[in-house]
Ligand binder design. Structure first.
Ligand SMILES: *Cc1c(COP(=O)(O)O)cnc(C)c1O
Length: 333
């Protein structure tokens, strides 16, 4: 069997390229927010670095996932859109698909864990999606998703392992580099790897000398293990407050891109996420959800040495219900 020669490939699948990120940028133009790149003198003083934060917590529906979700639905045929789309997600991708589906006239069905954060479930339902619940510690959402999709004739758009999703997520880093200039280092949180893979495609095209790091919660370092081993390592669903990074394994599209292009994958403990949340609330007046603090926490804790460097940091989302936010903020007081 031969594989496509036009783009890098792994196991015969055609991986997305920077051209797909550019196409995504055109598709989402006017629909997604072009979020600001923010700086903080205090953060620079504390780290001895020059940090630039890409505020995807201010993205539509509160996270970068709107980029990939909108791009993936917009890329479907009119017929596929009319028939509807389905996904499984612990929250932000669900909201992204529900909201993008509403804007693009595609009915949406979302498979969500029973213990998903209340604010995320309510918001997803609010965008008009049909919700199907499952138990994330015992049921296989992939199998459930494929079954429902084929029964109902829906197009499955998974949360990270999809070329159009990866390409859409890459537009955040494209904007960051185009707006703020060249970086020595870019730090990106890592769940299933859609955001990191997209960031790598954008950074290697626009800022080739930049070192891009993935950041995972300490309890869920499957990406780090996979990178060390050279193959996808699956772990049990990790217990961490970074609910957006509870994915137990990387994908067939995201892993080869990450393996080939990432500088390294580091981890940070949950306590560092809480400290970062407090910092953003107190000093920058930003609400950033725990998962959204992963990349910044790597700079703040020194998990990635940043002194003297110009560093891009993706704040990936801000969807945390206020009761949890208050509890987290209170913890370190
Ligand atoms: C989904 C998500 C992540 C992880 O993104 P992946 O593409 O799965 O690696 C990080 N932060 C937030 C806020 C998310 O919603």
């Amino acid at each position: 069997m031969t594989t496509a020669a036009s783009s890098p490939s792994s196991n015969g699948i055609a991986l997305p390229t920077y051209a797909d990120v550019e196409a995504a940028a055109e598709r989402i133009r006017g629909a997604a927010h072009h979020t600001p790149a923010l700086t903080s003198r205090t953060a620079n003083e504390r780290t001895g670095a020059n940090l630039v934060f890409k505020a995807e917590n201010l993205q539509r529906m509160g996270a970068f996932k709107f980029r990939g979700g909108y791009n993936a639905i917009a890329a479907l045929s009119a017929e596929q859109r009319r028939a509807g789309v389905l996904t499984y997600s612990s929250g932000n991708h669900a909201q992204a698909i529900a909201y993008a589906g509403k804007l693009l006239g595609a009915p949406t069905t979302i498979i969500m864990p029973q213990d998903a954060p209340a604010a995320k479930v309510a918001a997803t339902r609010g965008y008009g999606a049909e919700i199907v619940s499952y138990d994330r510690y015992s049921q296989d959402r992939l199998a459930l998703g494929s079954k429902l999709a084929s029964e109902r004739g829906l197009t499955l758009i998974p949360p990270y392992d999809h070329p159009a999703v990866i390409a859409g997520q890459g537009t955040a880093t494209k904007e960051l580099i185009e707006d703020a200039g060249q970086f020595d280092i870019i730090l990106v949180c890592l769940g299933g790897g859609g955001l990191l893979a997209g960031a790598l495609l954008a950074a290697k095209a626009l800022n080739p000398g930049c070192r891009v790091y993935g950041v995972e919660p300490e309890a869920g370092n499957d990406g780090q293990q996979s990178l060390r081993k050279g193959e996808i390592v699956k772990i049990d669903v990790p217990k961490t407050i970074a609910d957006g990074a509870q994915t137990p394994f990387l994908g067939d599209y995201t892993f080869p891109i990450i393996r080939d292009l990432v500088e390294d994958i580091v981890t940070v403990p949950d306590a560092a996420l809480v400290a970062a949340m407090r910092f953003f609330a107190e000093r920058m007046k930003l609400v950033v959800e725990p998962t959204g603090c992963l990349a910044a926490a790597a700079a703040f804790t020194g998990a990635v040495p940043v002194e003297g460097k110009r560093v891009g940091i993706i704040l990936s989302g801000g969807n945390v219900d206020l009761a949890s936010f208050a509890r987290f903020i209170g913890e370190g007081a």
